[in-house]
Design a protein around this ligand. Structure first.
Ligand code: GCU
Length: 665
C-alpha cells in the first residue's frame, strides 16, 4: 500500500488486516460507501459472499447489513431501534460477527471497529451499540498552496510540507491523501478543511478559479465518508470579484457569495461549508464596514443554506495590537466580550468555533467561558492536534489526557453537563500531519491524531485505553512496546507542563516560532500574553474584586472557584491571580519552590526518555526508532534549557534560593 518509499504506514499497516484472509463476508446494501468496504475486504483477502444469508452461509461469516435487516439474519434481538446516523451495532455469536449499520458511514465505522476489536482481543458476545456524540468531527489543515515566506507551507506544521499541495498547485500524486482519508475514516473523522484559516490570495481562489482542486480532493475523501470544507477569505468579493466592497449587508456582496457558493456546490455537491477567521490577527472581516460578526456569519450562512452547508465562524478574535502598558485590556476576556452580545443572532447553520481556552492552545488554560455562556448559539470546540505550544512534535506529548479533561469539564458545577454535551456544533482540531516520512514528525505524535478522532467520537473514552488501541493497531501486540510507550506517554502532558510555563501563566515561549523558552519574549509585545513577574510576585489578576473581571464570565460555580485563592486550582493559580513568590499552594509548597521543584523534576523526567526509547530498539522498525531517538535527545536538551532559563529567571527576580540548593545560574 505504501507507494512512496519514504512514507511509513501509520496505524493499520497491511498486516493488521491479515486476520480477515479467507473470511467469508456478506455485505448488503446500496450505499456507495459499501463499495469502499468491499474493496477493503478484497484487499484483506476476505471472500465476498454477496448479499444473501441462508442455511449455506458459513458459520464464520462476517455480516454487514442495514440495521433494518438485523432481525432477519441474526438469531437474537439486537439493540438497533432508533439507531442514529453514522451508528452501528456489533455482535458476535460463535465465529459469526454482525455489523448492523444505520447508513454508509455507520457501516464503514463498524468495519474499523471490528478491526479494532480484533487487535484488542475484544469479543462482542454482548451486542455493543455505537453512535457518535458529535455529528461534525473535523480536522482543519493550516496548509497553504504556495509556501508562506515565514510560516512555511503548513502554518504551525511540524511534519514537513502539505500532503495536498506542492509547487504552487495540487499534487499530481494524491495517493497519500487517499491513505490519509482511510486512516481518518478509521477513527471516525468525517470532515476535513483543506486550507489555512489565514487565507492568502492563491488559496482564496480555491473557491473560484481553482474549484478543480477542491473537486479533486473531495473525490478522494468522499469514498471514506469525509466531506471537504474550505477556509474562505471574507474580503474575497473585493479581492477576487469585481466589487469595491465586501460589506456583508451590501446586496451585491451577498449575491457574489451566493453565486460563488452555488457554483462550488454544482461541482462538489457534498461540500461541507466554510471556515472563517474574520477580524482576527489581520484577517479581513465585517468590522471594516461597521458590521458585527453575526452580520458577517449570517450572510455566508444564507449563501450555504440552500445547499446544506455550514459556516464555522471562529471566535478567536482579540486585539493583537495591544499596548503592554495598558492593564485594562485582558485578551482572555475578548471572545466573550465580542460574541456574548450576539448570542441568539446566529442562523442555525452557523457554528461558532471556539478554542478550548480563552488565550491560545496553551499547555494549561481554563476552559473558554464562551462555551458555557452562549446558550443560544451552536458552539464547536477547537482543539490543536498540531503541537504548536506543546513541543512541536519534537517533544513527545500525548494530548488525549488534556482533551479528556477539557471535554469532561463541568462549568456549571459537578451536577451540570460536561463540555462534550454543551458543545452542539461538533469538534474541530488543527491537524498535525505533513509530507514527512512518519507523517507527524515525531512518530509518537501519530497517537494524538488517532486519539483526537476517537475522543471526538466518544469523549468518555479513557485516554490510556485509546493509547493502547493505537499501539495495538500500529505495532501489533508486543507487550514491551505497549509498556514502554505507556511509560513514555502516559504522563507526558504533565511532564511537559512541569518544565515549561508554571501554574497556568502560559507563553514564555520564543516569539514567532513558539519553540523553546523565552520568559520575557512576549512581555513587552502587543500580543496580550503577559505574566507580570517582578521581584515580589507573578501572575495575572483576573478577579472581579481587584483584577480584569474575567472570572465573572463563568457560571457562578466556576466564577466563585476561580475568584478565590482558597479554591482556585493550583495548576491555574497564575492564570487568575497575581501572588507573591512566597504564596503557598494547596500542595503546601511556595510558588517559588514549586517552580524550582517542578522544573528540576520535569527536566529529569525528560532526561530519562532516551533510555526508555533505547530499550525498545529491537521492537520497533529501525527507521522509526532512529527518528524517535533523534527527537528524544532534543526533548531532553530542550527541557534542560527550559529548566535553567525559568529557574534562573525567578531566582534572579525573587532572590529566594532553592531550598535544596540545586544549581541556579
Ligand atoms: C495561533 C497561531 C497562528 C494561527 C492562530 C489561529 O495564534 O500562532 O499561527 O494563525 O493561532 O488560530 O488563527
Amino acid at each position: 500500500m505504501t507507494a512512496d518509499p519514504r512514507e511509513h504506514p501509520m496505524w493499520l499497516p497491511p498486516h493488521a488486516l491479515q486476520f480477515l484472509r479467507g473470511r467469508p463476508v456478506v455485505i448488503r446494501g446500496a450505499d456507495p460507501l459499501l463499495e469502499t468496504i468491499r474493496s477493503e475486504a478484497a484487499d484483506a483477502g476476505a471472500v465476498d459472499r454477496g448479499e444473501r444469508v441462508d442455511a449455506g452461509t458459513p458459520a464464520s461469516t462476517l455480516l454487514i447489513v442495514p440495521a433494518a435487516d438485523a432481525e432477519e439474519v441474526w438469531p437474537r434481538p439486537l439493540p438497533v431501534a432508533g439507531l442514529r446516523a453514522e451508528g452501528f451495532v456489533i455482535a458476535q455469536d460463535g465465529d459469526r460477527t454482525i455489523i448492523a449499520y444505520a447508513d454508509g458511514r455507520g457501516a464503514l465505522y463498524g468495519w474499523f471497529q471490528m478491526i479494532r476489536d480484533h487487535a484488542g482481543g475484544e469479543r462482542r458476545s454482548t451486542p455493543a451499540r455505537f453512535e457518535p456524540q458529535q455529528a461534525l468531527r473535523v480536522l482543519d489543515h493550516w496548509d497553504n498552496i504556495s509556501a508562506h515566506p515565514v510560516m512555511g507551507q503548513v502554518e504551525r506544521g511540524y511534519a514537513g510540507g502539505s500532503i495536498f499541495y506542492a509547487d504552487g498547485s495540487v499534487r499530481r500524486d494524491l495517493g497519500r491523501v487517499a491513505r490519509y482519508a482511510r486512516l481518518l475514516a478509521s477513527i471516525g473523522v468525517n470532515a476535513v478543511t483543506i486550507n489555512n484559516v489565514n487565507v492568502g490570495r492563491r488559496e482564496a481562489q480555491l473557491l473560484t478559479d481553482d474549484l478543480g482542486t477542491v473537486e479533486l480532493l473531495a473525490g478522494i475523501f468522499r469514498p471514506w465518508g469525509i466531506r471537504v470544507h474550505l477556509s474562505v477569505n471574507f474580503a474575497s468579493p473585493l479581492d477576487l470579484g469585481d466589487l469595491d466592497t465586501s460589506d456583508p449587508l451590501d446586496e451585491r456582496v451577498a449575491q457574489w457569495w451566493s453565486a460563488a457558493t452555488a457554483q462550488a456546490f454544482a461541482r462538489i455537491p457534498d461540500l461541507g461549508g466554510y471556515l472563517v477567521k474574520a477580524d482576527s490577527e489581520g484577517q479581513p472581516g465585517p468590522h471594516a464596514y461597521g458590521r458585527d460578526h453575526a452580520d458577517g456569519a449570517n450572510m455566508l450562512a444564507r449563501a450555504l443554506e440552500p445547499h446544506g452547508g455550514v459556516v464555522r465562524w471562529r471566535a478567536f478574535v482579540y486585539n493583537h495590537r495591544q499596548d503592554w502598558r495598558d492593564r485594562s485590556t485582558d485578551r482572555a476576556r475578548a471572545a466573550y466580550d465580542t460574541f456574548m452580545p450576539l448570542d441568539g443572532r446566529f442562523d442555525d447553520n452557523v457554528l461558532l468555533q471556539v478554542k478550548y481556552g480563552p488565550i491560545d492552545f496553551q499547555t494549561r488554560e481554563p476552559l473558554s467561558p464562551v462555551i458555557a455562556a452562549m446558550k443560544h448559539t451552536r458552539i464547536a470546540l477547537e482543539l490543536q492536534v498540531t503541537q504548536e505550544y506543546t513541543g512541536q512534535q519534537r517533544h513527545a506529548v500525548y494530548l488525549a489526557p488534556q482533551w479528556s479533561e477539557i471535554l469532561g469539564g463541568r462549568p456549571f458545577g459537578d451536577g451540570g453537563p460536561p463540555v462534550s454535551e454543551l458543545v452542539r456544533g461538533g469538534i474541530a482540531a488543527v491537524s498535525n500531519v505533513g509530507d514527512d516520512a512518519y507523517w507527524t514528525g515525531h512518530p509518537l505524535a501519530q497517537s494524538n491524531l488517532y486519539a483526537y478522532g476517537r475522543l471526538a467520537w466518544d469523549a468518555t473514552l479513557d485516554a490510556r485505553a485509546v493509547l493502547s488501541e493505537w499501539m495495538a493497531l500500529t505495532f501489533g501486540d508486543d507487550e514491551a512496546v505497549n509498556d514502554g510507550i505507556h511509560s513514555i506517554l502516559d504522563d507526558s502532558w504533565a511532564t511537559y507542563e512541569s518544565y515549561t510555563a508554571p501554574l497556568g501563566v502560559g507563553f514564555m515561549v520564543t516569539p514567532g516560532s513558539h519553540y523553546g523558552p523565552s520568559v520575557d519574549g512576549y512581555e513587552y509585545s502587543p500580543w496580550g500574553t503577559y505574566h507580570f513577574a517582578d521581584r515580589n510576585g507573578i501572575g495575572v489578576d483576573r478577579t472581579v474584586a481587584t483584577g480584569t473581571g474575567y472570572t465573572g464570565q463563568y457560571p457562578q460555580e466556576w466564577a466563585a472557584m476561580f475568584e478565590s485563592l482558597e479554591s482556585v486550582p493550583d495548576e491555574l493559580l497564575l492564570f487568575f491571580h497575581h501572588v507573591p513568590y512566597t504564596h503557598r499552594l494547596h500542595n503546601g509548597a511556595t510558588v517559588i519552590q514549586h517552580i524550582y521543584d517542578t522544573h528540576f523534576r520535569g527536566a529529569e523526567q525528560a532526561a530519562e526518555l532516551p533510555a526508555r526509547w533505547d530499550a525498545l530498539r529491537d521492537h520497533i522498525d529501525e527507521d522509526v526508532w532512529m527518528r524517535g531517538a533523534e527527537r528524544f535527545a532534543e526533548q531532553a536538551r530542550s527541557a534542560g534549557e527550559w529548566r535553567d532559563q525559568i529557574n534562573t529567571y525567578f531566582w534572579r527576580a525573587s532572590g529566594i534560593p532553592d531550598e535544596h540548593g540545586r544549581t541556579l545560574y
